[in-house]
Design a protein around this ligand. Structure first.
Ligand code: FES
Ligand code: FES
Length: 150
């Protein structure tokens, strides 16, 4: 039995320990804000926080999440008012939106670890999150705006 916290709630899992966390979040808990993109930890669409760090939910087996605290886009802020979400709205970042939950979770983890990131810090931290619509400039600007509290 694997016990973990998801968005502040205690959850347990009794299935195949090699199953990726992403399936647990999406299929068992119905938290579909975490998107399935590549499935092999390359695109960042499935990014969630595990003990405060950004991780790829498709690359983390359930055997690794015991006792951990996982936060998904649904749990980032109860009202969607996290500074990163506010900046995203103010700058109209998304196009199709598919990559955006993962982008926001990566940005939020960066700003928690580094509240005043340099441009290079932002580029490095966001480089593993791919956007097929090519919103990279607005993503970068929104992370910078969120860091400045704008
Ligand atoms: S779906 Fe997990 S990184 Fe692409
Ligand atoms: S907004 Fe479409 S994939 Fe990023």
């Amino acid at each position: 039995m694997v016990n973990l916290s998801v968005n502040g709630q205690q959850r347990s899992f009794d299935g195949d320990p090699s199953m990726p966390l992403m399936w647990f979040l999406r299929d068992e808990l119905g938290l579909t804000g975490t998107k399935f993109g590549c499935g092999v930890a390359l695109c960042g669409a499935c990014t969630v926080h595990m003990n405060g760090e950004a991780v790829r939910a498709c690359g983390v087996p359930m055997s690794d999440v015991g006792g951990k605290s996982v936060v998904t886009i649904e749990g980032l802020d109860p009202k969607g008012e996290h500074p990163v979400q506010v900046a995203w709205r103010n700058l109209g970042v998304p196009q199709c939106g598919y990559c955006q939950a993962g982008q926001i979770m990566s940005a939020a983890a960066l700003l928690k670890a580094k509240p005043a990131p340099s441009d290079k810090d932002i580029t490095d931290a966001m480089s593993g999150n791919l956007c097929r619509c090519g919103c990279y400039q607005r993503i970068h600007a929104a992370v910078r705006a969120a860091a400045k509290g704008a």
